[in-house]
Design a protein around this ligand. Sequence first.
Ligand code: PLP
Length: 393
Amino acid sequence: MSNPKYNINTRIVKVFHEDGNQASIPPIYQSTTFKADSIDSLSTNNYDYTRSGNPTRTTLQSHLASIINCKHTWVVNSGMACLDVILSAFLKPNDELIAGEDLYGGSDRLLHFFERKSNIKINHYDTTNLELMKSKITKDTKLILLESPTNPLINVVNVKEITSYAHKINPNCIVVFDNTMMTPLLMNPLELGVDIHYESATKYLNGHHDIMAGVLACNNDEIAKKLFFVINSTGSGLAPFDSWLLIRGLKTLSIRLEREQENCMKLANYLEKLNFKVRYTGLKSHPQYNLHFSQCKGPGAVLSFETGNIKLSELIIKNCKLFSTTVSFGSVSSLISLPLKMSHASIDPKVLKERNFPQDLIRLCVGIEDINDLINDLDNAIRLAKRELNAKL
Ligand SMILES: *Cc1c(COP(=O)(O)O)cnc(C)c1O
């Protein structure tokens, strides 16, 4: 139930639900079936089978609609399931789609699966180049997939301008925005005009790296209906227990993200002082700092930096003790990765080369630990890495 009179930090904590027993938090309805009132009607609350609807999932969806401030939300099994549902619902053979060059590796893999299987035409462009985008969007553009800031290159896309141009050229063009990096707390893509906002709740929304989930949000009834048709038909709706865990994880989203951003900002300053090329929208040195803050309320907690030497990057990662070496982000604990060999390994190396993807790029996903420990860990790792590298020369 949307309650716009509360601010977002309150809406995140306040979960509306009715269970009949005055429980303080929503219970889990683990049941797959719901008894009908009679053979020609459903149960009193219209539930019959959990693939189609479940009260715990409904509570989560209403809660997310309140946080995002939108009309419809659906929760599914993963962030990738969101994109799968969207592509299945809206694309036919020979349809044309535009996506960015620096898009999430898993999205790239799924798009190209659809290209091979269903003959969808996929064009990758530099979405940060507004003039280029305007020259490429045509009446035949059926769907545009945007992300901002992109990850790990931290490029910013002018969401409002691209979306309004696309809708002017083709009013039926569906503009889709992957908001995993910013979360509803820092960005509201629907307010910038996009048709569908989705994000991986595996990351910040849940925040503890213990469930996979995805959220789809929109304001248009027809779009919502089409999305639900696919979710119900395929059974990608989020399980009751995972829905319940996500309701719990969400409650601390704003304090987690606040601390993570604060830590990330300090790490960005520290790395910039060491003369690494740091990519982070919180830094004034980011070329699209103003554009970013015209559409977002904060810089987020993911940064990347180049060391100038792929061996040095690998050694830094190897020598970190507090930063775990793993993919993903959005958890309370800090992570470090080499995107080229990890999250982006599913993208063709030839394509990465064409897109000038820096091989030595390290990505940091910053958690809520004590900042002094994080800086010390990185400092030690950099020192040891340089020593090991010099010993090899
Ligand atoms: C992780 C991620 C996804 C995919 O989400 P899963 O929950 O892992 O399926 C999509 N987009 C972005 C930007 C991501 O970081």
